[in-house]
Design a protein around this ligand. Structure first.
Ligand code: CDV
Length: 317
């Protein structure tokens, strides 16, 4: 059997004044616990090294950049990589990335996959950046990801830990394309960190469904693509904002195999049988046999006209 023993490494709140060293100590404690439980890999949340700073409007770039990592590993994160190598356990870590590319600084909401020797084997930059770019004082708290980050380029997969692994971050999990693009590349485990407030300022009527929607999208993504999905929260009341927990590991059947029960630092673990993916990939969701890509080009009939996916008119036969 091909399997990966995976831990969802949920974090409770991180205060604004908590140092990287303090946070890395919390991540290390979870890593040790996961390794003693026999895990090969631990997944941490989105932006796991700091508080979720896009909840604040800031103009001072130096203040904003305090939440970003200029190198990975850097002096304060190196101990986590060293510990992974020492314990022989991999990890997936979300953080704010400051990158110098083409002679220009770029800021991304990123996650990396690190193997059991402490080496980075894949990086993902968040594609679906929710929220807004300007200060919206009517909100109880801001969600300024569109101000602080630029979007990443796509959803790749990597051969690692004996399987095909993909990453996504928070809002990405609500989009079926996220899973399908990776599903088309044969993904077997999708790793997702998130920070999701209970309260949704533009649509407060959704608040009581926050946890339900979280599970709904990840369970559907897993089942419809025959893949394991690991969703990991930064949970609890962080700087006055109540964030959902609900970290869980979902099987290719869509069933929850393991789940956290608190909103603090906690691991949930499951032995993920990768061969179980084939039971779905070779039957109900055998893409080569059953998908009809030609039919997906026609998306809507608007005002009596059929439109292509790009909004142009359907060419006449
Ligand atoms: N960090 C996120 O991407 N959060 C979004 C919300 C709620 C704005 C999410 O989809 O969970």
């Amino acid at each position: 059997m091909r399997s990966i023993n995976i831990a969802a490494g949920q974090l409770g709140p991180i205060a604004r004044n908590e140092t990287r060293t303090e946070v890395v100590a919390r991540l290390s404690a979870l890593m040790r616990e996961a390794q003693s439980a026999g895990c090969d890999l631990i997944i941490y949340p989105e932006l796991a090294l700091t508080t979720f700073f896009p909840r604040w409007y800031m103009e001072d770039q130096a203040e904003i950049d305090c939440f970003f990592e200029r190198e990975m590993p850097g002096p304060q994160t190196r101990p986590l990589f060293d510990l992974a190598g020492e314990l022989g356990i991999g990890f997936c870590l979300g953080y704010a990335e400051l990158a110098l590319e083409d002679g220009r600084l770029h800021r991304y909401n990123s996650s990396i996959l690190v193997d059991k020797s402490g080496r980075i084997v894949a990086k993902y930059r968040k594609v679906h950046l929710p929220g807004h770019a300007e200060h919206e004082p009517w909100r109880k708290f801001q969600h300024l990801e569109k101000r602080y980050f630029e979007p990443g380029a796509g959803f790749g997969v990597v051969d690692a830990f004996g399987g095909v692994i993909g990453m996504a971050i928070c809002n990405d999990r609500r989009w079926s394309e996220t899973y399908r693009v990776m599903g088309l590349q044969g993904v077997e485990v999708v790793l997702i960190g998130y920070n999701t407030p209970v309260h949704n300022p533009p649509a407060p009527e959704h608040d009581e469904l926050s946890l339900f929607h979280n599970q709904l999208v990840m369970q559907a993504g897993a089942y419809q693509n025959g893949t394991w999905v690991v969703g990991v929260a930064k949970a609890g009341i962080e700087e006055g904002v109540d964030q959902i927990g609900g970290s869980c590991i979902i099987a290719p059947s869509g069933e929850v195999a393991a789940a956290c029960t608190t909103r603090g630092d906690e691991i949930a673990r499951a032995c993920c049988d990768l061969d179980l993916c084939n039971s779905y990939k070779r039957t109900t969701f055998n893409f080569d046999v059953h998908r009809q890509p030609h039919a997906y080009r026609l998306i809507v009939e608007r005002k009596g006209r059929h439109l292509m996916a790009d909004g142009t008119a359907v060419p006449s036969a």
